[in-house]
Design a protein around this ligand. Structure first.
Ligand SMILES: [Zn+2]
Length: 111
C-alpha cells in the first residue's frame, strides 16, 4: 500500500487497463463494498516506481493481503516462491475460477 500521490490520469489508465477488475482475484470494482485501490506491484520500499508498468488495480482484500511482499513460502513445499505479477505472469497459468472463488494452480517449479 502506498502513500505516494498517483496522478488522476495514471490512476484512470490503470483502472481502464484492468477493466475495473482486481488484477489479482478478478472481482469487479462494482461488486465490492470498498473501491479498488492502486497497488505498487513492486512496493516503493523495494524501489518500485510509480509508473503504469508497476501499478495494478487491486481490491482492498488483495492489496492488504499482498502488502509490500514480493514472495511467500509455499505451505506444501516450504520453498520461497514469487507472488503473482500482473504485468509478467498470465493469470490463467496461476489460477482457475471455481464458481465465485479463484483457486491457485500447482506452483511452478521454484528456481
Ligand atoms: Zn482482489
Amino acid at each position: 500500500m502506498s502513500k505516494t500521490y498517483i496522478p488522476v490520469a495514471l490512476r484512470r489508465q490503470v483502472y481502464e487497463r484492468a477493466k475495473a477488475c482486481c488484477e489479482y482475484c478478478l472481482i469487479p470494482d462494482v461488486a465490492t463494498f470498498a473501491p479498488h485501490e492502486i497497488d505498487h506491484i513492486i512496493a516503493e520500499k523495494h524501489s518500485g516506481r510509480t509508473e503504469a508498468e508497476n501499478l495494478a488495480l487491486s481490491c482492498t482484500l488483495c492489496n492488504k493481503h499482498k502488502g509490500s511482499d514480493l514472495a511467500s513460502v509455499d505451505p506444501e513445499t516450504g520453498k520461497i516462491v514469487p507472488l503473482y505479477h500482473p504485468r509478467q505472469d498470465i493469470w490463467h497459468e496461476h489460477f482457475r475460477l471455481s464458481g465465485s472463488e479463484f483457486v491457485p494452480l500447482q506452483q511452478f517449479s521454484g528456481n
